[in-house]
Design a protein around this ligand. Structure first.
Ligand code: HEM
Length: 137
């Protein structure tokens, strides 16, 4: 009996490692993960005009992740409730949409071949990340 069950038990224990699944993962943390990976990758190609297609691909992923985030709620700060909490959550969604707006600005600059505009929009994306985390993380 133990001989048959043991391999199954070991497999079950190894599954989360194999699939990379994380029980704490939520749609928001998943979207943030996508933002993190794509923002970093974008930083490496943002100044290279030969990599505009790659920049645009990454910006598309970031846009989708920012819009998914805007449909989520930020974790509730300890003790916050009622009107204060409702306003906090509205602020969170607005901050996600303002990140999406900066991403769209970068996409437009990328499509138009506006190198300076793309660099400026990338800097705005980083600022909005910082502001968002200061206020809501
Ligand atoms: C390019 C922009 C951004 C990047 C790269 C980014 C990256 C990340 C990363 C890596 C995490 C940790 C995820 C985890 O725990 O697995 C995180 C969490 C979080 N971020 Fe962002 N973020 C960005 C923008 C924003 C903005 C604009 C906001 C607010 C409007 C925001 C709010 C949060 C919150 C609330 C969490 C905690 C989520 C939770 O623990 O449930 N982030 N972010």
């Amino acid at each position: 009996m133990l001989k048959t069950l043991l391999p199954l038990l070991l497999l079950a224990l190894a599954m989360p490692l194999v699939s990379g699944q994380d029980d704490d993962e939520t749609p928001l943390t998943r979207a943030m993960g996508v933002l993190q990976g794509s923002t970093r990758a974008l930083g490496k190609v943002v100044e290279d005009p030969a990599q505009r297609d790659e920049a645009l691909r990454l910006l598309g992923l970031m846009e989708e992740a920012a819009l998914i985030s805007a449909g989520q709620a930020a974790p509730t700060p300890d003790g916050m409730e009622g009107t204060e909490l409702a306003l906090f959550q509205v602020g969170f969604r607005r901050a996600c949409l303002s990140l999406a707006d900066a991403i769209l600005e970068a996409e437009a600059a990328c499509i138009a071949g506006n190198a300076e505009g793309l660099k400026a929009a990338y800097a705005t994306i980083l600022q909005r990340k910082k502001a968002g985390h200061n206020a809501y993380k």
